[in-house]
Write a new protein. Structure first.
Length: 260
């Protein structure tokens, strides 16, 4: 019943997102999710990495630590094409072994001011291969606004995990979050508060964010020291799965790119 209510709320947000169209907000910072796609923490948004360049490349590395020896290394990449398309990828490493690969794609259907709509998906394959592959598709809506005078960008994402570890799945996926420029007069739109909540993680199997049962709440700081011209640099310091005692963790990542 809870999932039905959450799904209805998120669908209403997606339908009404067009009513919030504004100029491009300073709350929009094109950072990487933990699986490489442009977005929040695990929730992809409706943007691509480079929306004013025909071609752009971003590379990143991050980790998620959830206590003891539970540690993931997450090198990743994203390629932006023709201001509309994005191809992304992730390699998950744990205990010095490659565990999973994720390849993703996104197409921005429309963008007007601070509002955008995109469709995307990813395919995840495992090492060793006997675990079975997984895949999902999603629809993401992103819109800009202000929160107590601070520019913010909100994203709602819904989709279907139609293939999970080698089996057909009826799993409905959802996520929602925001990026907010913290005290822009003081930090000059270089420091952001990013938050998301989702019932999926950066990989289906062996992720250090355990979102499958009740969802996971992630939040932290995103610093954007280089964001002008052809270059981009983003630093994330994130607390993961903070509402789940025993699974709380810490993530830090660095990503940067160049447009041509």
């Amino acid at each position: 019943m809870k999932k039905i209510v959450v799904s209805a709320v998120l669908l209403a947000v997606l339908v009404s997102a067009g009513g919030f169209a504004q100029n491009v907000s300073a709350g929009a910072v094109n950072g990487m999710t933990l699986n490489g796609s442009t977005g929040l923490i695990v929730v992809p948004d409706a943007h691509v990495g480079w929306e004013r360049s025909k071609f752009g490349v971003d590379m990143g590395y991050g980790f998620v630590w959830s206590g003891g020896d539970r540690f993931d290394h997450l090198p990743r990449f994203a390629v932006s094409l023709f201001e509309k398309f994005e191809i992304s990828g992730l390699m998950q490493m744990n205990h010095d072994k490659i565990k999973n690969f994720v390849l993703g794609g996104k197409f921005q259907i429309t963008k007007s001011g601070g509002t955008a709509l995109a469709i995307g998906g990813d395919y995840e394959f495992f090492v060793p291969p006997e675990h079975g592959d997984s895949s999902k598709i999603y629809l993401a809506a992103t819109y800009g606004g202000d929160f107590f005078g601070m520019p913010a960008v909100t994203t709602a994402t819904i989709g279907w995990q139609f293939w999970e570890q080698g089996n057909f799945s009826s799993q409905f996926i959802y996520g929602m979050g925001f990026s907010l420029s913290l005290f822009p007069q003081t930090f000059k739109n270089y420091v952001y508060w990013v938050t998301d909540f989702a019932n999926f993680s950066y990989t289906v199997k062996d992720a250090m964010i355990y979102a499958g049962d009740r969802g996971a709440f992630n939040t932290g700081i995103r610093i954007h020291p280089i964001k002008e011209g052809r270059f981009n640099l983003v630093i994330d310091i994130i607390g993961t799965d903070l509402l789940d005692d025993g699974n709380r963790g810490l993530s830090a990542s660095l990503s940067g790119g160049i447009a041509f």
